[in-house]
Design a protein around this ligand. Structure first.
Ligand code: RFL
Ligand code: PHB
Length: 389
């Protein structure tokens, strides 16, 4: 029977980063991914990396292109009622974030791990987890039409919100906390220069809008849309018109539009699974928790989970010490709930959820308070930069 030390389900950023860090510590892993390499490397998702994320990517040896091409951002803008307020991250926290696409993180980690001889099986089907509560776990799967079984000490469930790992846990063994928001985000990627050199989060009575970017020549924009909207209902022209309408006039007139090269809709929801462990299975990243994207926390939480699990597994293999394995879930959940709270608060501040006019007036009051209070701005800045991990 084939055996490895840790089976990692999912070759997203959390699975690849964990594989890479464990390989550096001499721990043997096999990564099993449902999709092709080309598919996972093309998925457009996150763009904002906290300093702790950048630090761990550097430790993993995956920092070269990130240092060269990542855009350091020392602040971001809040737009509302024809005005903007800058959250000066650097002045308020002494730190900044880095704008670097998740697609690039994914490519850097994949190339690095494979070049160092790491094993990643792509296009694996029908994964079943066995004996998670036993002395040794097993993972069965179909690869190239052949049924395989791999025994292992531990399974890392890095397979996202729709993966098999969290579903393999008996319902009575965990608690799930879920919140569904009544809106979605329609995102467009276009080869046009960004309207602002910093991110702009806009509150408008027609709904939220976000101006982000991937480079000086590639922009990523989002607008709040209805939860049931389909991409084909939104032409490029409709998207640009709606975005323009939700930005302050001076910014809207400076917006450069162009054909979309990607367009997608993401529902907004929040979910936390507690604990993040069941026997030999550890849940990591989106497999354990989802946050609405407003706070830019999802990828950063996935990376902090990886740090905690990597420290725990190396403690176990190098020092026969199970303490950090036993503490993994509680250490990770501290940061998860911090980010869940911030993402919920920021989402509620910036989106239009109801037709109640008081909702918008209360939001504007809170935004004005942020604009006038250094203490309130500092709290936002600290949360955006993220707690140290
Ligand atoms: P992923 O990236 O979903 O990777 C999971 C991998 O597992 C594979 N998989 C399976 N493999 C084998 N067997 C199965 N049964 C499997 N089922 C699934 C999948 O194919 C995939 O390759 O999870 P991971 O690694 O935990 O990473 C999490 C992040 O991807 C996610 O949190 C972020 O993208 C969230 N997010 C953002 N996070 C940030 O930190 N900053 C941002 O600015 C930010 N913006 C965003 C976002 C997410 C968004 N969407 C699409 C929800 C913007 C958007 C619009
Ligand atoms: C992005 O660039 O995709 C992005 C940036 C900030 C967010 C969410 C997404 O809060």
């Amino acid at each position: 029977m084939a055996h490895t030390q840790v089976v990692i389900i999912g070759a997203g950023p959390s699975g690849l980063l964990l594989a890479r860090l464990l390989a550096m510590a001499g721990v043997r892993t096999v990564v099993l991914e449902r999709h092709s390499r080309a598919y996972v490397e093309a998925r457009i998702r996150a763009g904002v990396l906290e300093p702790g994320t950048v630090a761990l990517l550097n430790e993993a040896g995956a920092g070269a292109r990130l240092q060269a091409e990542g855009l350091p951002h020392s602040g971001f803008q809040l737009a509302f009622e024809e005005q903007t307020h800058r959250i000066d991250l650097l002045a308020l926290t002494g730190q900044q974030v880095t704008v670097y696409g998740q697609t690039e993180v994914q490519k850097d980690l994949g190339a690095l791990h494979l070049a160092a001889g790491g094993i990643i099986h792509y296009e694996v089907e029908a994964i079943t987890l066995r004996d998670l509560a036993g002395r040794q776990a097993g993972v069965e799967y179909l690869h190239n039409g052949v049924r395989e079984r791999l025994d292992c000490d531990f399974v890392a469930g890095c397979d996202g919100a729709h993966g098999v790992s969290h579903q393999a846990i008996p319902a009575q063994a965990v608690q799930r906390f879920e919140r569904v928001y009544p809106v979605g985000w329609l995102g467009v990627l276009a080869n046009v220069p960004p309207v602002s050199h910093e991110l702009v989060y806009a509150n408008h009575h027609r709904g939220f809008a976000l101006c982000s970017m991937r480079s000086q020549t590639r922009s990523r924009y989002y607008i709040q849309c209805a939860v049931g909207d389909r991409v084909d209902q939104w032409s490029d022209e409709q998207f640009w018109n709606e975005l323009q309408c939700r930005l302050p006039a001076a910014m809207a007139s400076a917006l450069i539009t162009g054909p979309s090269i990607e367009k997608s809709i993401a529902p907004l929801r929040s979910q936390v699974t507690e604990p993040m462990r069941y026997g030999r299975l550890f849940l990591v990243g989106d497999a354990a928790h989802i946050v609405p994207p407003t706070g830019a926390k999802g990828l950063n939480l996935a990376v902090s989970d990886v740090r905690f699990l990597w420290e725990a597994l190396t403690g176990f293999y190098q020092h026969h010490d199970e303490r950090l394995l036993n503490e993994y879930s509680s250490r990770a959940l501290l940061r998860v709930w911090q980010a869940t709270r911030f993402s919920w608060w920021f989402t509620a501040l910036m989106h239009r959820f109801t037709d109640d006019p008081a909702e918008h007036r209360l939001q504007v009051a809170e935004l004005l308070n942020l604009a006038h209070s250094r203490a309130a701005s500092q709290a936002v800045a600290e949360n955006y930069i993220g707690a140290t991990f």
